[in-house]
Design a binder for this molecule. Structure first.
Ligand code: ZN
Length: 281
């Protein structure tokens, strides 16, 4: 699943292709938005918020998309074969005279008024990759700490309903891995940066948030942000991973075979990789 670093890079590429240009061709192959015609509107900007993409238009409209498990936006020069966008995976097309942006296998798509974006995103914690995550007076990191502390005190985040009507049990407190994966405390991390930041800080993934000091919790968030920004700067997939996807291979630090176990409760389980020696309970 694409995490905040991939989404930030995607937003940068879309912004470079679309900003300041009028949309000459627009297609939304999505049941609830199929009748909406974005043609003729000018793109003001494309911004990421954690794992969400916001394409804002000059008439006060926002196209919200999410890559979910395996979605992507690709950019092709208008008029080339790649800009044809004829595949069955295509969910959205936004094209101007120079560039054509094609959204494939998108997991969410909504068109809302820009001033109503909060209806879609208001439940999320601060974006770990926001420019002001560390710097503003009421910085995102402090707000994230408060949200994580609040959830831990309540015994975990409230259960979420799934499409199938099942809910998570929410009965085992709030382990660090679950806390980082749940987008309501801090938003933008998935399994890769949850595992890599916990490894970097030497924390066992199932340590209760309530057992970690504010200082260590903030250091964890800063570490995850730093790792993700490095990925944005150097290129996704080029930064060396120490645990994620390395089950049974030797830990880079101590040589112990890397292990993998489950974070979250059914039906939201996610694999989390860790070193049993460097990250002890
Ligand atoms: Zn180790």
């Amino acid at each position: 699943m694409p995490e905040g670093d991939v989404v930030k890079i995607t937003a940068q590429r879309l912004d470079a292709a679309l900003r300041g240009r009028a949309v000459e061709r627009a297609e939304l192959r999505w049941p609830s938005a199929a009748s909406i015609d974005l043609t003729g509107r000018t793109v003001v900007e494309v911004r990421p918020y954690a794992k969400h993409l916001l394409t804002r238009f000059d008439d006060g409209t926002t196209l919200h998309t999410h890559l979910r498990m395996e979605g992507q936006w690709r950019v092709a020069r208008t008029g080339t074969v790649g800009a044809g966008a004829r595949g069955t995976d295509v969910r959205a097309v936004l094209a101007n005279e120079v560039w054509t942006c094609v959204g494939e296998r998108l997991g969410m798509l909504d068109v809302v008024r820009t001033r109503d974006e909060h209806v879609l995103l208001g439940h999320l914690g601060p974006d770990v990759l926001a420019d002001d995550f560390l710097s503003s007076p009421d910085s995102g990191v402090l707000l994230a700490l408060a949200r994580l502390r609040g959830a831990a005190a309540a015994g975990g985040f409230p259960a979420q309903a799934t499409a199938g009507g099942r809910t998570s049990a929410g009965s085992r407190g709030l382990p660090l891995a679950d806390a980082l994966l749940d987008q309501r405390g801090v938003a933008g991390l998935g399994t890769i940066y949850t595992a890599e930041s916990l490894f970097a800080q030497g924390l066992w993934p199932w340590t209760q948030v309530s057992d970690v000091s504010d200082r260590d919790l903030e250091a964890l968030l800063r570490t995850a942000r730093g790792q993700m920004l490095r990925s944005v700067a150097e290129g996704v997939g080029t930064v060396r991973r120490h645990v994620h996807g390395r089950a049974r291979r030797a830990c880079h630090r101590c040589g112990t075979p890397v292990a993998v176990a489950r974070a979250n409760e059914a039906p939201f389980e996610r694999p989390i990789f860790y070193c049993p020696s460097c990250q002890k309970p």
